[in-house]
Design a protein around this ligand. Structure first.
Ligand code: GLU
Length: 312
């Protein structure tokens, strides 16, 4: 164990398609951070946007995580928490931390003492500019009645992180613009009284480089992007685990010995003996095939030979 803070992390996939390799990579990192510190790993279905959700997209997420061996401590659907978001937005309105638009939308009212930066564990200090602040004033927390009145992703996600005491958020660099907004919402939640919430330090953030293939972001339409396809093609889950680990994380001592890592070794090394990177990672299928061969060989060696007498 390399850290004394138990990390409470979460994976917040949107059920809008297949289980994406990038989601699995984010889940792996969040799982490792939680498990390496005796913390908690929360799986939270980010399904506030009823127009985009596909009911059939939920099962592949669960199956994919199970196949990779990423067990979760809590499973939450945001669609079950809509009333919580709505009542908190109302409370913020009553306390002057939000305003109401003509269509009933509830909008964030920016506070003068907003943090002007956050420290990213991977990318370093990230400034929140005057322009960011300008854009954030009036950020929707709840959509208008004409749009169903549901909580927005930004608000639901921050309120959940706040209430679930998430203290380490790991996700792709494409979420950096969201983080500025989420810091603003977090800051406002710290002022909401009385609701049983104690002010909470901002979580740690780690924004990890994206997964690229042929110099383009691995998109949902890319054939290589579906986790369960690898299962169906007979890949070893430990090979995928090892491969995903190396997409955005590297050991401090990057030698031959550290290239093939078991789960246990990955857990030991993840926080203290290596680091996540903000530079994009290349999805190299040749390397994946190599990892698959190596992990299958390791298992073959570890398994007692069929028919051989056990050694005394
Ligand atoms: N639902 C977002 C996604 O799948 C993640 C949100 C988050 O990490 O806050 O990219």
């Amino acid at each position: 164990m390399t850290s004394t803070t138990p990390y409470i992390t979460r994976l917040a996939p949107s059920p809008t398609g297949m289980m994406h390799i990038g989601t699995a990579r984010t889940g792996l990192f969040a799982w490792l951070a939680a498990r390496a510190t005796g913390g908690r790993f929360i799986l939270r279905l980010d399904d506030t946007d009823a127009d985009r959700n596909i009911a059939a997209a939920e099962q592949p997420i669960l199956d994919g995580l199970r196949w990779l061996g990423l067990d979760w401590d809590d499973y939450v659907r945001q669609s079950d928490r809509m009333h919580i978001y709505a009542s908190m937005a109302r409370l913020m309105l009553m306390q002057g931390l939000a305003t109401e638009a003509d269509n009933g939308a509830i909008l964030l009212k920016l506070q003068g003492d907003m943090p002007r930066a956050w420290h990213d564990e991977v990318a370093g200090e990230i400034a929140i500019t005057d322009r960011d602040l300008e854009l954030m004033d009036g950020l929707p927390l709840l959509r208008g009645q004409d749009k169903g009145g549901q909580a927005t992703y930004q608000f639901a996600s921050v309120l959940d992180d706040y209430q679930m005491r998430v203290n380490y958020i790991i996700r792709g660099t494409d979420h950096i613009p969201n983080t500025a907004k989420q810091v603003a919402i977090w800051h406002s939640l710290d002022k909401v009284i009385p609701n049983g919430l104690a002010p909470q330090a901002l979580p740690k953030f780690a924004h990890v480089g994206l997964i690229m293939k042929d110099k383009k972001k691995l998109s949902k339409r890319d054939g290589a992007a579906s986790l369960l396809d690898y299962r169906d093609r007979g890949f070893d889950p430990d090979a995928i685990f090892n491969f995903l680990l190396r997409l955005g994380w590297g050991p401090r001592v990057d030698n031959k010995e550290n290239s093939v890592l078991t789960r246990d070794r990955a857990l030991e090394m993840f926080l203290g003996e290596g680091r996540m990177r903000s530079s994009n990672a290349n999805f190299d299928e040749v390397k994946l095939a190599w990892f698959d061969k190596v992990h299958k060989n390791l298992k073959r060696k570890a398994a007692p030979e069929a028919g051989a007498a056990p050694k005394a």
